[in-house]
Structure formats: C-alpha cells, structure tokens
Write a protein that binds this ligand. Structure first.
Ligand code: GN1
Ligand code: MG
Length: 352
C-alpha cells in the first residue's frame, strides 16, 4: 500500500503546472494502479500511474513508444483542426526530464487528465458502438504512416502460439491443483486449438499485415465527448506492430457484450448483433480505405479469436493462482472465464 503522503511525494517529482494537493484512486484497471492528482493552485489535473512491472519488463521503452505515438497523433489532430491537448494523451516528464520516475523498483508515469469527457464500461446504444468503431478506425488511420521503431512492450501479447506455450506449461505445473475442477473449460480451449493456429499462421506468414495498433480496445479505454464521439484513445501501453484485426476483435468482445465481462450470471451475456453491425459500420467508415481483402474477410473471425484468447488467459490465470489479473474475490478469474466463454459461444452462433 502506498500512502497518500507517499503518493504526493511521487507527484512532486513530475513537471506539473502547480503544487500537488491531493492524490486519489481512480478507476479499476486490471493491470496498473491509477490515481488522479489535484493541484492547490491550478484546475489542471493529472493521471498518475504505477506501471505493473510484473507484466511490463521495459517501462522506459514503453514510455518512449507512448511519447512518440502521442506526438505523431497530435500533429495529425492539429492538422485536421482538432484539439491536440484533448484528443491525444500528453505525457508529463519527471523533473529529471525522463518520461517516468523510478523509485525502489517501481515505475511511475504521469499524463494530463482530460476533463469534461465521458467514459463507459459498456456500450448502451448502437450509435455509441458506431462512434467507437469510427474512433478506433481513425486512431489506426492516423498511425498508418507512423514509421519509427516501437519497443515490443509485451512480447507474444495476442500471439496464440505463444499463449499455448504458457498454457501447456501452466497445465503441466497446475500449481494450485485447480485443473481437475475445470476440465470442461479446458476442453473448450483444446477443441478450438487447431482452428486458432490456422488463423495465426496467416499472420506468421505475412498474409495478414502488421500495422501500428492499440491491442486493448475495450470501451473503458476510450474517452467520449458529450456528443458521444470518441474524444481520445487511452491506455497506450500495448501499442504495437500487430494486425489491426486484434483491435477490431477486442472491440467486438467489449462493445457487443450484453452483460459484463465478469458477469456472474451468464444468462446476461451474449453478443448483440445490432451492436456488432453498428461497430463494424463505424470502423469501416475510417478503416475501409486501407484494409486489404484478407483483413476484411477475417474481421468476424478476429472477434472469435480475441474472445477465445481472453477465455484462455482468464482460465490460465485462475489455474496459475491469479498472478496476472487483479482479482476482487477468489473465483473472479473463473467467473470471468465462464462469462467470456458464453460470449464466445454467442459470437460463434451468430457469425459462423
Ligand atoms: C487488461 O490494461 P487493461 O485493464 O485495459 C489486459 C487486456 C485484457 C483486459 C480485460 C496488458 O486491460 O489484455 O483484455 O484487461 N491488458 C494487458 O479486461 O494484459
Ligand atoms: Mg492496459
């Protein structure tokens, strides 16, 4: 636990426009710890994050990525007559000029808080899903000519071959002796293995191209304006060279779910076809100009692929003893697994 006084000390290490007065918890991301910094002498607010070093092994590399990407986005936004301070994240350096502050092996980073915006855990109308699709399509389009090298912040992130390596190892170790109790769920993973590898081969062989993509496009990772348009894409930790299908697939996993990602009542969970069509429409309005035929062809499969991968990741973490995702109660990863499997089955029924 980091105390309020310690958080204030950390906030003071950054180049803020005033004096930090208070630091409070914000949101509940699964990976990093997020806080809001308020100043005593200015209305500007900041986001302070403790990056998760269990997961991200090269935070300086990650922050260099985020800096380069946001600078690129801001140029595009300004050229289009937008507001670069509100439509892209702004990284605030530490007083020593670095893009992070390191203290006792922990890495802290600050960005400017974007006020007067709306965030959602769930898409409540098809119009919002359409706007979300347009926002991610535009994000990818703005980065389509980004040509600087990017650090691979999370090697193997959506690589199902890599995930099977982790999976096989976790099942072999079974450190908490949980595997026997989830045999049916393990079978759900295994029964789809060869189809998932067939898809992944299209990426390995270069038939599906790599682009600069976000890789974690759930609705909670975008800010909307009061008219329901995407204002700013957040959480740039996993911007990588990857197929743009991963962004589409992860968005469908999030925007179309009629229940919660961790819904304890799986009756609530299904894919809304109306939300799917709306998101697709919005996405194609921006991405349609650069997608190749094979990318277009595999858009529906990407929803299946990413949702399947999420089932695998939640179940693997449960079997592993809950080491990756933050959990709120002992069986949380298992509840997440069941809810995401229900969503996967609904996607499979409706799109295939
Ligand atoms: C994590 O960072 P956050 O909370 O937006 C995870 C995603 C999962 C998501 C599930 C780096 O996202 O891959 O899809 O949880 N991020 C990482 O909600 O593993
Ligand atoms: Mg994240």
């Amino acid at each position: 636990m980091t105390t309020g006084a310690q958080l204030l000390d950390i906030a003071r290490c950054f180049q803020l426009e005033g004096t930090p007065m208070q630091v409070d918890n914000l949101g509940d991301g699964f990976i990093n710890d997020t806080y809001i910094i308020r100043l005593s002498d200015s209305s500007v607010k900041y986001i302070l994050q403790r990056k998760n070093t269990n997961i991200f092994k090269d935070i300086p590399g990650m922050m260099n990525n985020i800096q380069a990407i946001t600078v690129h986005l801001k140029k595009k936004i300004a050229a289009a007559g937008g507001d670069p301070m509100r439509e892209a994240l702004t990284v605030v350096p530490a007083k020593d000029g670095r893009l992070f502050y390191e203290h006792e092996g922990e890495y802290w980073c600050v960005t400017v808080f974007i006020d007067n915006s709306v965030s959602y855990d769930k898409a409540d109308t098809p119009l919002l899903a359409e706007r979300g699709g347009r926002g991610i399509g535009r994000f990818q389009a703005m980065l389509s000519d980004f040509d600087q090298p990017l650090t691979d912040t999370l090697p193997g992130f959506h690589n199902i071959r890599f995930r099977y390596g982790q999976w096989d190892d976790t099942l072999a170790r079974d450190p908490e002796h949980r595997a026997a109790s989830v045999r049916g769920l393990i079978d759900e993973i295994e029964s789809r293995r060869s189809e998932m590898l067939d898809f992944y081969r299209l990426i390995e062989t270069g038939r599906i191209p790599l682009r600069v993509t976000h890789n974690d496009t759930k609705i909670a990772n975008m800010l909307f304006d009061h008219d329901g348009n995407v204002l700013c894409v957040l959480d740039l930790d996993t911007v990588l060279k990857a197929p743009c299908l991963y962004d589409f697939g992860d968005s469908i996993r999030s925007y179309t779910n009629t229940g919660a990602e961790d819904d304890p009542n799986t009756d609530n969970v299904s894919m809304s076809r109306g939300m799917y069509d709306a998101f697709l429409r919005g996405y194609l309005s921006e991405a349609g100009s650069f997608l190749t035929d094979i990318e277009r062809q595999y858009l529906p499969f990407s929803a299946r692929y990413i949702t399947y991968e999420q089932v695998l990741r939640f179940l693997m973490d449960y079997i592993d003893g809950d080491k990756y995702y933050k959990v709120k109660y002992p069986e949380h990863n298992l509840v997440r697994t069941r809810a995401q499997l229900k969503l996967l089955q609904s996607i499979e029924r409706q799109l295939f």
